[in-house]
Design a protein around this ligand. Structure first.
Ligand SMILES: NC(=O)c1ccc[n+]([C@@H]2O[C@H](COP(=O)([O-])OP(=O)(O)OC[C@H]3O[C@@H](n4cnc5c(N)ncnc54)[C@H](O)[C@@H]3O)[C@@H](O)[C@H]2O)c1
Length: 342
């Protein structure tokens, strides 16, 4: 990798490994970034890699290892299925690249620990894709909480519902709702509240078409400050991608509502305030977040500063996911002892 400095005009050369739903989002975002160059897209599905690469002016390969170890790149976006995140990240970092690794880091905390140990002091080169931290509304809420605008935070409510479940092939390797979906909300709870000290989770199986233990969940988290977070998830939502956050404090409330493609409302004899559906899904709702996430990643590569959210943040979210699975299974509250703050 060439010497990259803060004032260097050199673009960070990036390969995307995995040309599926999120790989396509990252590839387009890289193509549009002024200080990044989309070099290569790798996927064992050679046609999928070529289709995406052709539309974006990049090369493609069906050989992920060749992409991960290529000396024509400085960084890799690991957008492959979850069980491959750790091996792909270790190969890329071993070859000298920085990595933006999709969530979750792995399916088990033990695998994350082994990865952190193997990375050693190169763990700083790895960002975990908790894109919601980079959403402008979330960033404003966090800044205003920290500035004391709502006094002491007492309660946080996070609602996250997907429009429809992912395909069965995705679900089979996803690790279940807590590791795949709630993982974003665990990170959000930590981001807004700090360390979480207990988890109580209830799982539901609402849609018999979905071959997973749970396709909906409600969780209660307590933080070390005494504040309580409630997370509500579902794999289906007829009105679109339902993404809401409320932070309630002693001096006020901060709220992030759903977004729509326009702000037009219909008021007529049948009712008032009728608006269009929520934005369809993650690529539309978090488009600006993915761009800001990539920007932070690229700037950290260029300046040699540690990536954030870190793999330690990824570990802490997975600890909460494992606790949630245990809680839902046993009907008990799981108490934790978190030591990592972000
Ligand atoms: N941060 C987010 O908003 C977000 C959104 C969606 C998915 N994700 C995460 O991204 C990952 C991928 O999810 P997706 O929805 O894009 O899945 P997907 O099934 O749409 O795509 C996965 C792609 O990886 C490819 N693949 C399989 N084996 C591979 C290998 N050995 N090397 C390279 N590519 C390989 C598949 O052919 C497929 O094209 C998952 O871990 C998921 O949790 C994150």
């Amino acid at each position: 990798m060439p010497e990259l400095t803060a004032d260097s005009s050199t673009s960070v050369r990036i390969a995307v490994v995995g040309a599926g739903r999120i790989g396509a989002v990252h590839a387009r975002t890289i193509r549009d970034h002024p200080r990044a160059a989309l070099v290569l897209i790798a996927d064992p599905d050679a046609a999928a890699a070529a289709r995406l690469a052709d539309t974006l002016g990049a090369d493609s390969t069906d050989d992920a290892d060749a992409a991960l170890t290529s000396d024509a790149i400085d960084a890799v976006v690991v957008a492959s299925p979850t069980p491959l995140h750790v091996p792909h990240t270790l190969t890329a970092v071993g070859a000298g690249s920085s990595v933006l690794m999709e969530k979750p880091v792995a399916l088990e905390v033990a695998a994350v620990d082994a990865c952190i140990e193997a990375l050693g002091d190169r763990a700083d080169q790895v960002m975990v894709g908790f894109n919601r931290r980079f959403d402008p509304s979330v960033a404003e809420v966090r800044a205003r909480v920290r500035a004391g605008d709502i006094g002491t935070v007492e309660q946080v409510t996070i609602i996250s519902r997907d429009p429809a479940p992912p395909p069965p092939g995705y679900l089979q390797v996803s690790g279940g709702i807590f590791k795949d979906m709630t993982i974003h909300d665990f990170d959000m709870a930590r981001h807004l509240l700090g360390d979480v000290v207990s988890v109580h989770a209830f799982g539901q199986h609402l849609d018999q078409e979905v071959d997973d233990l749970y396709d909906a969940a409600t969780l209660t988290l307590t933080s070390s400050t005494g504040a309580v977070a409630v997370i509500v998830n579902s794999r289906h939502s007829v009105a679109g991608y339902d993404q809401r956050i409320e932070v309630f404090g002693s001096a006020g409330t901060l709220e992030v509502g759903n977004q729509r493609s326009t702000s037009v409302r219909l008021h007529d004899a049948g009712g008032t305030e009728q608006a269009g559906p929520f934005l369809p899904f993650f690529l539309e709702r978090y488009q600006r977040a993915y761009a800001a996430e990539l920007d932070a990643f690229v700037e950290a590569v260029r300046t040699g500063t540690p990536q954030s959210p870190s793999i330690a943040d990824g570990r802490e979210a997975l600890v909460l996911a494992e606790a949630a699975a245990e809680s839902a299974r046993t009907g008990t509250t799981i108490t934790l002892n978190q030591e990592v703050a972000s």
